[in-house]
Design a protein around this ligand. Sequence first.
Ligand SMILES: [Zn+2]
Length: 319
Amino acid sequence: MTARAWLLVAACLLVLLSCTPAKAPPIERDYPLTKITNHVYVLEGPNQAPSRENRGFSNNPGFVLVRGGVVVIDPGASVQVGEMVLKKIAGVTRDPVIAVFDTHLHGDHWLGNQAIKAAYPKAIIYAHPKMIEAIKAGAGERWVKIIDQATQGASRGTAVVAPDLGLDNDDALRLHGVTFRIIHKEPAHTDNDIMIEVAEEGVIFLGDIVLNKRITVDFPEQGNISGQIAAIDAALKSKAIHFIPGHGPCGGREIALSQRAFLVALHTAVKKYYDQGLSNSEISDRLKNEFAGYKDWVGFDRLARLVSAVYRQIETESF
Ligand SMILES: [Zn+2]
């Protein structure tokens, strides 16, 4: 090639590089895999909000070994988290990923879809139809930005890969010999949460309907506290004995019960003081003390925000 041609190539590369942000490096920290049953594994994320330090990894991606394949639940906040999940799967089986379930629209749970589709283009990604609609309307790109900002660029290179097919309440999918039953109650954490019961394994993936020792910061979008309690009740009616929260350590029914007790106590207290005519900030001040027992829960410092959200819901319901 002539010097001129080389220059041209270099110029093109420069243009390309300036248009495509470089992909951030992989996550090197080795998070331990938790074996829930003989066929179900969870990679428990740090029980924190996505940050530079945790590189956005804060949820509980899970996977289920089915006959000749793997089914992933919530592959995480970025392409880097998704690749880490794939590495963990490779440590257990060489079978391909055949399907993915995304529990809801919040990007810390599903932006890892990209990594799964890149490695297994034939894998089918399932979610609630309202999540798919919201992504079509641009919510996915907004989530890429939110995670990019929270991680200060550690998720760079992540792109929206939307779910392929919608699933709704009571749908049951049999994938290579294993039954995945969908529970959807609306509105709950959002208007598009699905919980996934893996029937033969006695496991239920709860998404953010249930968090372990962590306070939902607020009820974003179409979320609702009474609806979330109803969704927890539906999960408790399942036959599952292993409960996988969206964030925080896995366990049994006690996780769902403790999340339920917190939400019921909060709703009852806000309603009581609302009926007594107290203002939003007066209620917040009181509950900071009355709920001191929850001080060790992640996000307790943002209780006031949650109280405001519940206050607004009670106000709306009273009209
Ligand atoms: Zn969420």
